[in-house]
Design a protein around this ligand. Structure first.
Ligand code: GLN
Length: 448
């Protein structure tokens, strides 16, 4: 823990991954652990963790990267995942920067500052869990938790050259994760190795009576799946994932990785996920609709910052929301409110739900025949800070390869598989069947 804070003080002025540090508490906790004898059976004994700032931590400021929650200094409870980390004797080092309310792909939507890509600080770390990926990549913390609604763990993991897993929807409790799009959100680990990732998932997974969407299914021992053996593994490679729009350097790197899998005894074949082309449009309708409802709770009454000088109750709601939310959050609330309005509901929201089903069926069909699906995590390596922020549609396209996985509810991991000529990491995405994180980990581990 001491070394962790030393490392943070050495590099975080440049990387800017942390919004809030938990220094006093963490050192105290470490001291108590030193004096206890609980080591052996505690899975994460004394290991320093960073937590994305949309995961509620009792008594530790939780902002969601938003000015609206700038003064949310003293949350009354822990998210279930945080309780589970505490039980495993992990030490919470601090809270990590993110795009406001997890809306974004570059960290530039944080209302505080932009986290930098540790490989080259002119570049974005990705988003929205950019702080989580950058903190792990720069060696500030051993592991971090992120959240992934449309790619927010996997895309920054790819940009920063670390391992990030979005579990199956329902694998990990969302209790205490500030909701963005409840039917898509999942918490997952960001680590340097697949083994570490598996160990953290083992701790945070499982049914939780506080989250009715958490699944009552057994949690396997993921570490045991890391056998190194992928002989006979059947890999599907969707042609839509290597088509136009995917950079040549990314495509080459993925084909190289597939060659390695062949050498290891796995087989791959090209398949099609024909409805993938509708995924971005579908996602932005559904995620924005859910966000417009979820973010209604921020009204200046119950949480966060209340606008001063309001003349009436309505005025107070309006002013608090106008001042508290940033531009991208407002854009999503307006889009979602429109899509859910009575005259347009059938044309947009309902239609998007129907397309979501088609996308899920594409995955189900391919995964009936194959063990995993592989492709790039992102169409390009990290881009420069400032390059895409003025153009939301270009920014949304970053998630074209990760979004379908959330819509289908299946697990997906990003692992490092090479570098661009500029020296920026490239991520390989491995997607599995519902609740089959074990096979995803086995395939990922064999590549390392
Ligand atoms: N970048 C996507 C968005 O802005 C995904 C975000 C996420 O997964 N939280 O919605």
């Amino acid at each position: 823990v001491d070394e962790t804070y030393q490392r943070i003080s050495d590099v975080d002025d440049e990387v800017k991954a942390f919004l809030t540090l938990n220094e006093e508490e963490a050192r105290q906790q470490a001291k108590e652990l030193d004096e206890s004898d609980a080591t052996a059976e505690k899975k994460l004994f004394g290991l320093p963790a960073g937590i994305k700032d949309n995961i509620v931590t009792k008594g530790l400021r939780t902002t969601c990267g938003s000015q609206f929650l700038d003064n949310f200094n003293d949350p009354l409870y822990n998210a279930t995942v945080v309780d589970k980390l505490n039980q495993a004797k992990s030490v919470t080092i601090g809270k990590l920067n993110m795009d406001e309310f997890a809306m974004g792909s570059s960290n530039e939507n944080s209302s505080y500052f932009t986290t930098r890509n540790p490989w080259n600080t002119d570049y974005v770390p990705g988003g929205s869990s950019g702080g989580s990926a950058a903190a792990v990549a720069s060696g500030e913390v051993l592991y971090a938790l992120g959240s992934d609604t449309g790619g927010s763990i996997r895309q920054p993991a790819a940009f920063c050259g670390v391992v990030g897993l979005k579990p199956t929807y329902g694998r990990v409790s969302r209790f205490g994760l500030v909701a963005f799009a409840s039917s898509l959100d999942q918490i997952g680990p960001v680590t340097r190795t697949v083994e570490d990732n598996a160990k953290v998932l083992e701790v945070i997974s499982g049914h939780d009576k506080m989250d009715s969407t958490s699944a009552n299914v057994e949690v396997p021992n993921y570490s045991e799946a890391l056998t190194g053996d992928v002989k006979g593994l059947k890999i599907a490679v969707p042609k839509e994932y290597l088509g136009e729009g995917v950079n040549k350097e990314v495509r080459d790197s993925i084909l190289e990785a597939l060659k390695k899998y062949e050498e290891l005894g796995a087989e791959w074949e090209e398949v099609s996920l024909p409805h993938s082309k509708y995924a971005v449009a579908t996602y932005y309708l559904l995620a924005s609709s859910e966000a417009s409802a979820n973010l209604a709770r921020f009204d200046g009454v119950r949480y966060g910052v209340r606008a001063e000088n309001a003349k009436s109750m309505m005025d107070m709601f309006k002013e608090s929301r106008s001042q508290g939310f940033g531009e991208e959050v407002k854009r999503r609330i307006m889009l979602g409110t429109f899509a859910l309005s009575s005259g347009y509901y059938d044309a947009y929201y309902k239609k998007a739900q129907q397309v979501r089903t088609l996308i899920k069926q594409d995955f189900d069909k391919v995964l009936e025949e194959y063990d995993v699906i592989m492709g790039p995590t992102t169409p390009t390596p990290a881009f420069k800070i400032g390059e895409q922020i003025e153009d939301p549609l270009t920014m949304y396209a970053n998630d074209i390869l990760t979004i379908p996985v959330n819509l289908a509810g299946v697990p997906g991991i990003s692992i490092p598989c090479g570098f661009s000529p500029e020296g920026l990491p490239i991520g390989l995405q491995i997607i599995g069947k519902h609740f089959d994180e074990s096979t995803v980990y086995r395939a990922a581990h064999a590549f390392e």
